[in-house]
Design a protein around this ligand. Structure first.
Ligand SMILES: [Zn+2]
Ligand SMILES: [Zn+2]
Ligand SMILES: [Zn+2]
Length: 266
C-alpha cells in the first residue's frame, strides 16, 4: 500500500513529479520561472501519502473526523438559532414581557442548512447500517434537544465505522459533504459552510504552553461542548492530540491557561 496518495488529491507543497515543469528548480530558478511564465505555477503536485488502511492522508483524516464529530452539535445549534424563543427557555429563565411579540421569521438558509446536514448524517448512517433506513426523519418543528438527539444517533453510527468508511472510495463523498467550502451562497450546505456562517460558541483557543511533541506554541484547546465531555488539545504543527483525561489529567493542567483569540477588528 506504500505510496498511495490521499483520495482528496492533497499534494505536498513544492514537491513535484519529475514530469512537472517545476520539478528540480531551486528557489531562484522557480522565482525566475514564475516571472517568465504565463502558466499558473505549480505549488506542488506530488500527492500526500494516505495513512495506513485509509484512502485519506493524515491531515484530511483528522480534519474530517473532527468536523464530522461537530455535526450533531451544529445541527442543535442551528435549531436553537431558528427558534430563539425555545433556545432562550433552555438557556435561562425567560423574563416575561408585557407585550407578546410576533416571532421573527426564521431565515430560510438556517432551515436549509439544518436540513442538508441532517439529511447528510442520515444518508451516511443508512449507508453504514441499512437497517436504519426505516427511522423517521427530522420533523420540521423538532426542538433543539430532540434535533440534537436525532442527529447524534446518526452521527455515532457513522463515527463507529469511520475507519471502515475511510478505506472505501465513498469517503470522498463524505469528505466533500463535510469539508467542501462553497464560494458565495451554497447550493447545499457542507459542515464547513455552516460552521463559517454560524460558528459554534466554544471555538478553540490557542494554548499558552508549547506542544509537548514539537515544542511549537501551536496547540489548540477545544473546551468541552457539553458537561461530561473532555476538553481536547491538538497541535496544528505536528498533529499531536490529547484530551484532559489522558495521562491522569496531566494535559488539563498544562493547558488550563487560555490565551484569548486575537480578534480581527470587527
Ligand atoms: Zn508540480
Ligand atoms: Zn488529504
Ligand atoms: Zn506539535
Amino acid at each position: 500500500m506504500a505510496g498511495r496518495g490521499c483520495i482528496r488529491g492533497c499534494t505536498v507543497r513544492d514537491v513535484h513529479f519529475a514530469t512537472c515543469p517545476w520539478f528540480g528548480l531551486d528557489d531562484d530558478q522557480a522565482a525566475a520561472k514564475r516571472e517568465a511564465s504565463t502558466d499558473a505555477p505549480c505549488g506542488g503536485c506530488a500527492p500526500v501519502v494516505a495513512r495506513e488502511e485509509s484512502l485519506l492522508c493524515e491531515g484530511c483524516y483528522k480534519r474530517l473526523r473532527r468536523l464530522l464529530g461537530d455535526t450533531a452539535d451544529l445541527i442543535g445549534h442551528l435549531r436553537s438559532l431558528a427558534d430563539p424563543t425555545k433556545a432562550a427557555v433552555y438557556d435561562r429563565v425567560q423574563v416575561s414581557s408585557s407585550r407578546p411579540e410576533l416571532p421573527a421569521p426564521v431565515p430560510a438558509d438556517l432551515i436549509d442548512a439544518s436540513n442538508d446536514l441532517m439529511r447528510m448524517l442520515r444518508d451516511w448512517a443508512v449507508f453504514v447500517d441499512p437497517q436504519l433506513a426505516g427511522r423517521r426523519g427530522l420533523a420540521a418543528g423538532a426542538e433543539t434537544a430532540e434535533a440534537f438527539d436525532q442527529a447524534n444517533v446518526c452521527l455515532q453510527v457513522v463515527l463507529a465505522d469511520f475507519d471502515w468508511l475511510a478505506n472505501r472510495t465513498e469517503i470522498r463523498d463524505l469528505a466533500d459533504a463535510v469539508l467542501h467550502r462553497h464560494v458565495g451562497e451554497p447550493q447545499w450546505w457542507s459542515v464547513v459552510d455552516a460552521l463559517a456562517k454560524w460558528p459554534l460558541d466554544d471555538q478553540p483557543r490557542w494554548a499558552k504552553n508549547p506542544c509537548p511533541e514539537c515544542d511549537c506554541k501551536t496547540v489548540r484547546v477545544r473546551p468541552p461542548r457539553r458537561t461530561g465531555d473532555p476538553a481536547s488539545y491538538r497541535c496544528t504543527t505536528c498533529d499531536w492530540e490529547s484530551d484532559d483525561r489522558a495521562e491522569d489529567g496531566f494535559w488539563a493542567e498544562a493547558f488550563a491557561e487560555l490565551v484569548p483569540e486575537v480578534e480581527a477588528a470587527a
